[in-house]
Design a protein around this ligand. Structure first.
Ligand code: CA2
Length: 154
């Protein structure tokens, strides 16, 4: 049984474990651990349980999405990293579990190389947040909290 009425799964894709260590000009100075700690506090204040998972492997992300179908997860926040632009498999996993998800990107993918402009997730996401750095995760959490609340349930 879920610990909270609304449990949210935060997924981060490849190389996001490097946050805070390289390229602070593009991705910011905060580590992923630091971002997740801040989000947990925000989630607790919203009455939401937050589970975070990062992987550099596509199949691990796909498997984690499948597990979310029956582990009490109500919604997913995902920064698919470079899989944003390549992974039909991860897109299919998310559409397959039928839970709402929000896509987050630290950088503005529309203001970078042309190959970053296309996302396999945006058209099936509840919404996407790009270019706002770590704040984007916080905004996504607030948005999903209000979406879940509107949908009913506790
Ligand atoms: O802007 C984003 O959040 C991205 O999803 C980040 C991905 C990139 O491939 C997407 O196009 C946009 C890359 C994550 C790499 O993160 C690093 C962090 C620090 C140092 C090096 C890479």
């Amino acid at each position: 049984m879920a610990g909270h009425a609304h449990d949210v799964l935060l997924l981060n894709g490849p190389n996001l474990n490097l946050l805070g260590r390289r390229e602070p000009g593009i991705y910011g100075a905060r580590s992923l651990e630091d971002i997740v700690t801040g989000l947990r506090k925000e989630a607790a204040a919203l009455g939401i349980g937050l589970t975070a998972f990062q992987s550099n492997a596509e199949h691990e992300l796909v498997d984690r999405v499948h597990a979310a179908a029956d582990d009490g997860t109500a919604a997913v926040l995902i920064n698919p990293g470079a899989f944003t632009h390549t992974s039909v498999a991860l897109r299919d996993a998310l559409t397959g579990i039928d839970l709402p998800f929000i896509e987050v990107h630290l950088s503005n993918i529309h203001a970078r190389e042309p190959f970053r402009r296309h996302s396999y997730f945006s058209d099936v996401a509840l919404g996407s947040i790009v270019g706002l750095g770590a704040t984007g995760y916080t905004l996504a959490l607030r948005a999903i909290a209000s979406h879940l609340q509107q949908q009913g349930g506790a």
